[in-house]
Unconditional design. Structure first.
Length: 101
């Protein structure tokens, strides 16, 4: 079966969202088409969605054995933990900055 894929990402017209936080990932040969939604204009939402997309892409690129579904689940868990750690680090940096003032 021949499958042609197209996609587009746009931040929309809202001035509250100057950056497009959404990301997509298409790996047709693995049957994977995914959209990673940002965090509704919150800070670093684009980092979270990009991290999720890159983590899953990397996991699939380096592991062709086993179930793609299980591999994606593990990659999502890893991406979630990574983003959570980043948020903790950002909070610590903000606290540190407050203490310096």
């Amino acid at each position: 079966m021949d499958l042609k894929v197209g996609y587009v990402c746009d931040r929309g017209l809202s001035p509250k969202r100057p950056v497009n936080q959404d990301r997509f990932l298409a790996i047709p040969e693995r049957g994977l088409f995914a959209v990673f939604d940002g965090v509704g204009g919150q800070r670093a939402g684009e980092v979270a969605s990009q991290t999720a997309a890159e983590t899953i892409e990397e996991a699939l690129a380096h592991n062709s054995d086993g179930s793609s579904v299980e591999l994606i689940r593990r990659a999502i868990d890893f991406a979630t933990a990574t983003c959570s750690n980043w948020l903790k680090a950002i909070r610590l940096i903000r606290q540190w900055r407050q203490q310096l003032r």
